[in-house]
Structure formats: C-alpha cells, structure tokens
Design a protein around this ligand. Structure first.
Ligand code: G6P
Length: 620
C-alpha cells in the first residue's frame, strides 16, 4: 500500500507532489515525506508523522525549492510510524533518495551484508536497503539507472520503487516487481509525473479532457523519466515498447459534494451505484440479463462445473453472498473464500472452474495473487471491480465493472452494493445460459432489480432514526451481529463496518452458531443486531432473537416493513422494504452502514480514514 508521487519538470515540485499525495492518502496515512533536489543539486527532505497535511510548506521558512522530487504517504509494515521510518529514505551520503511500496522479503539478509560492507542504516524499514544497494552500485561505477536495475534484481518480494539522485540531471527511475503495487507514468511538455495510482497524476492533468500516453509498469519493468520524456526497459537494460493508454481525469477527480464525510456521500450515492451496475446488463423490456463482451461461449458456460468466488474484507462478504446467488440462480456448486487463504492452499481449479474475483480497487495484493494462482491452474477468470485499469482488470479475461464511481471512504459502501447487484446479474446470466433459470424467474428478478435503486433511495430519505440510535449506543463496547442464510455475510459486513470506523468491538455470526459459544456473551450490557427480514430463514432468526432476549440481551432488529409483531418483541426495529430473497442483502446492508457511520461520527472518529487501515491494501 503506501502512495508514491514523483515529479520532474520546470515547476516547483513540492506543491505538485503534495497534492498528489493528498489524493493518494487512501493508500495509507500514518506518516509522509517529500524530497526535492534543490537548485544546487542537493537533496532536501521534509517528513511528518501523521497525515500528508503536515507537509504543507506554504507558510514555512524551511520550504523546499526545486523542480525534481518525490514523495510518499505511508502505511507502516516494517517499523512504527516515526520521522526516521517515514519515507523518503537515503543512502549513507544522501546522494540517492527512494520511496517504496511493498515488502523487501530478504531485507534482513541484504541489510546484514550491507552493514558488513560499512553501510550505516538510520531507520528500521526494509526500504532502506534499496538506497544502500543503489549506493553500492554507483560506488562500483554504475550509472544511476543501472544501479537502480541492479538493485531490483537483488530484491525478493512484490514492490514498487521510485528514486532520484543528487545533481542537476533531473532523472527519476521507477520500477515494479511482482504484483503488489503498481506504477503509472505520464509525460507532457517537459514535465513527467510518476505515481503509484492514477489520482497521483491529477495535479498535472486536472484541466485536461484526456491524458494520453499513460504507461503502466508490469512486473520486472522500469521507467526512466526526465524532462525530455519517459523510456521503458527491463531490468537487463533492454528497451521495451510500452503500450500506453488514454485516461480521462474526470474519471479520477474526487469531491465530497457537500457531505461531512466521503463515507456518507458514498452511502447516499448507492441508488445510482446500483442503477449504473445494471446499465446495459439488465434488459428491462424483455425481462432478462445480458453480459456484452462476455468471452466465455455458451458452450463453455454450459460446461462449467464449479464457481469459486474470492475477495478480501468487504469484497469477501460480497463473495459470500455471491455464493448463495450462484447456487440458487445458476445451479452450480459455488464456494467463497478469502483470497488471502485461497492463495496459500492447493485449490483444485481447472478449465471448467469459473473463478470470480471481487475487489473495489483491483489492487489488493492477496486478491491479485489469488487471481494469478487461478490463472496458472487454468481456471476461467472473471473480475468484478470498480477501478478501471487496475491489475485485476488487466489480469482477468472479463471485467464486470461495478461502475460505482470512485470510492474514497476507507470503509466500502457503494461498491459493496454495486458488487451485490453485479453478482445477481452474473448468477442470473449463468443460470439463463445453462437453462436453469426459468424465464419467469429471470423476469421476476429483473422487475425487482429495476425497483432496487428506488427502494434504497427510500431507505436513505430519512436517516434520523440512525442518529437517534447512535446517540443511545455510541458508548457501547461490544456488539454482536446475527444473520442467517444469504444474510449471514451481511451480519459480518455490519460488524466489519462498525469495528473499522468506530473501533467498537463487533463480531458477526451466522445466527445458528450463537448457541455454540457466542451466547455466553449475552447479558444486559451486550447489544445484538439481528437481521430478520421476511425470508426462508425468518422463523429461525426469530428463535435466535428470543434466545438473546431470554438472557436479557439488548436487541436491535432489521425487519421487513409491516412486521410489527417482531418489532414489538425487540428493543429497536429498523425497517427495510419487502423484496425477493436474492435482493434482500442490498437492503439489509444499508441500515448497518448508516448505524456504523453515525456511531463513529458521534464517537469523534476519523470516519473516512480510520486508524491503521488503508483503502487499497497492496501488501501481502
Ligand atoms: C481494505 C479496506 C477494506 C476493503 C479491503 C478489500 O482492507 O480497508 O474496506 O474491503 O481492503 O479491498 P478491495 O479493493 O479488494 O475490495
């Protein structure tokens, strides 16, 4: 994870780098730093512990002057957040400066060797070996770029690295190794910019309608960027002809739109997110679904024997809902698994296995690695992803874009609902193609899908009840979330939302598991949120609620409009509209997001950037 920006051109570098870093804070925000090569060719560095804002040098006397530089916003892996551990890092004589994203897996071994050769380290980071390895190469007479590629060959692990050096050459080198963490490069009119992700390019291209010539590094590639242009090569120095792309800055511009937090804005955007996930895929007129450009032929879809869904965090919960949908709508055996576990098993995958990866960012290291594994084993690979041009989209045979618009809040909301919508469509498409889903059932699903944005909009029209409940519950220390069947993953998602943004301890369970342990936690100080919509598991969940009430537990229940009977038996009821079972998770998720948001806000938490987390987790 961690954000990287580097600039070479004719403007003052630090404000451009700072703006790029602000736009990358979703990648980590526990410390930050900027290095600039000043006009006498010396490297000047400023660092801060905490967020990027601490680097604003506008009113400071120790401002940085120079038109070449690089910066970093960190999510700590090796070494706690501190000035010494914040990037950029330098060699023994401050001739080389480096920012880094990822983990140098063999850093202990490299560090020992470098120390034996007299190199002095000033941080606890793995990154610092990179600067000293480059120093070693340059001491041996190698050029800056050759020392850079030599260093790359000595590292183990997945990473992205960017470096520059003292003097007036104005040269930035960037490298990508493995699949955790990308590097993008753009150049125009004597200015080059390098970033770990597309928003880093915005300071230079904000007013353009299209940025052309954007280069994405693949593993084992490096770029040399100067005022004259960008060139690409492999680590043996062979030039590479890079296929570049055109990107619209509008697609990556971000704005809070009058809301106090991005998370609230994104919750409110969910009706549009769900509607746009359906665009071109749901044929409302004929009551069926379609997937334009789907590369799997009808015969190939008919010969599928299994579907495996993978993801991490919120995307794992979407995968778990997806498992139910695939089983029900397409009649295929389906499994959902955390990508971080899947990649370390020996999963049985063949060309009759459809692997569906889910990820908002398309950059989560474990998910990308699991996709590589699935591909190596010959599986058919589809991704459901929000970020265009991300690794997942480049790897998969077919991308179902979530089309939720950029999501900034670290806690995923609208991309979760967009994933669930897309999974319904994918499952129905497979069912239709295999002749398992009847045209009546497809028609009914489509009719309800069409109503979903409106139903979600109704739920968002008045959020006063969540504020009221938040006032009552924001001092709680523990929460249990219960759900069954297709709503069990929503219970886990509700618990994840609450713990990640409010720091309240919360656990989600399939409600049937309560009696096997968690019920021991119930007393009058324990709050349980139970998902009890009118679906096939309703009676079972009502029994589970009674078991909690019988032990004096406090119960909040999410119930279907009109269910006054159950509402009267619990402490507080939150209502959702009636819907067919497959679409209920799109509705039950919403009260849980709003409750978590208002509780976190009332606790004074940094809702959009919770401690210790990052939006895009590109370390393993
Ligand atoms: C991080 C975020 C989570 C997110 C997970 C997976 O842990 O904090 O909110 O669900 O990554 O991200 P992805 O981009 O793969 O959906």
């Amino acid at each position: 994870m961690c954000g990287i920006v580097a600039y070479v051109g004719h403007q003052e570098a630090w404000p451009i780098i700072l703006e790029g870093l602000r736009r990358l804070e979703y990648r980590g925000y526990d410390s930050a730093g900027i290095a600039v090569v000043d006009f006498s060719g010396e490297i000047q560095i400023r660092k801060t512990v905490g967020k990027v804002g601490g680097l604003d040098l506008a009113d400071r006397e120790d401002s940085l002057q120079g038109s070449v530089g690089l910066g970093h916003t960190r999510w700590a892996t090796h070494g706690r957040p501190s000035d010494a551990n914040a990037h950029p890092h330098t060699d023994c004589h401050q001739r080389i400066v480096v920012v880094h994203n990822g983990i140098v897996e063999n850093f202990m071994e490299l560090k020992t060797g470098l120390e034996e050769n007299g190199h002095e380290f000033s941080s606890e980071t793995d990154t610092e070996v990179i600067t000293h390895l480059m120093e070693e190469g340059m001491d041996q007479g190698l050029s800056f770029e050759d020392a850079f590629s030599r260093m790359g060959k000595l590292l183990k692990g997945s990473q992205a690295i960017t470096a520059t050096h003292e003097g007036n050459e104005g040269k930035i080198c960037a490298m990508r190794l493995g699949h955790a963490g990308g590097i993008v490069i753009a150049h125009r009119e004597g200015q080059g910019i390098v970033g770990s992700d597309l928003p880093a390019l915005l300071p230079l291209f904000r007013h353009d309608s299209l940025v052309s010539g954007v280069g994405f590094l693949e593993s084992g590639q490096m770029a040399v960027v100067t005022r004259e242009g960008a060139s690409y090569r492999d680590l043996d120095g062979h030039p590479i002809e890079k296929d570049t792309r055109s990107i619209s800055p509008e697609d990556i511009i971000i704005d809070r739109g009058g809301y106090r937090h991005f998370m609230l804005k994104e919750i409110m955007e969910q009706p549009q997110a769900v509607a746009s996930a359906m665009r071109e895929r749901v044929d409302f007129q004929n009551g069926r679904v379609q997937l334009p450009g789907m590369p799997l032929s009808i015969d190939e879809i008919r010969s599928l024997r299994r579907v495996v869904l993978i993801g991490c965090g919120t995307s794992l919960h979407a995968a778990q809902v997806g498992r139910h949908l695939i089983e029900r709508l397409s009649g295929l055996p389906a499994e959902a698994e955390s990508a971080s576990e899947f990649r370390y098993r020996d999963p049985y995958i063949d060309d009759q296995t459809l692997v569906v990866s889910i990820g908002q960012s398309g950059e989560t290291a474990d998910t990308v690695a699991a996709m590589h594994l699935a591909q190596e084993k010959g599986g058919r690979l589809v991704t459901i992803c929000n970020a265009e041009n991300s690794q997942a989209t480049r790897l998969a045979e077919y991308t179902l874009f979530m089309r939720a618009g950029i999501e900034i809040g670290v806690a995923s909301t609208k991309t979760f609902l967009a994933s669930l919508t897309t999974l319904n469509i994918l499952a129905a498409y497979i069912g239709q193609t295999r002749g398992v889903l009847s045209s009546e059932a497809a028609k009914e699903l489509v009719e309800y899908l069409a109503r979903c944005p409106g139903l979600i909009g109704e739920m968002l029209a008045d959020t006063e009840i969540y504020r009221r409940l938040a006032r009552e519950f924001y001092t709680c220390s523990n929460f249990l979330f219960l759900g069954r069947g297709i709503n069990a993953p929503i219970a886990m998602e509700g618990a994840l939302k609450l713990k990640e943004i409010s720091y309240i301890h919360a656990e989600g369970f399939p409600a049937g598991e309560m009696k096997h342990g968690p019920i021991a936690l119930i007393d009058r100080t324990m709050t349980t949120l139970a998902l009890a919509p009118k679906d096939r598991m309703y009676d079972k969940v009502v029994n589970n609620i009674k078991e909690v009430k019988a032990r004096d537990g406090v119960v909040l229940a999410v119930v279907t409009n009109g269910d006054t009977e159950l509402a009267s038996q619990v402490d507080h009821a939150l209502y959702i509209p009636e819907a067919p079972e497959n679409l209920i998770p799109l509705l039950t998720a919403v009260p849980l997001q709003l409750l978590a948001y208002h509780i976190a806000e009332m606790r004074g938490c940094d809702v959009d950037q919770p401690r210790n987390l990052a939006k895009s987790v590109t370390v393993e």
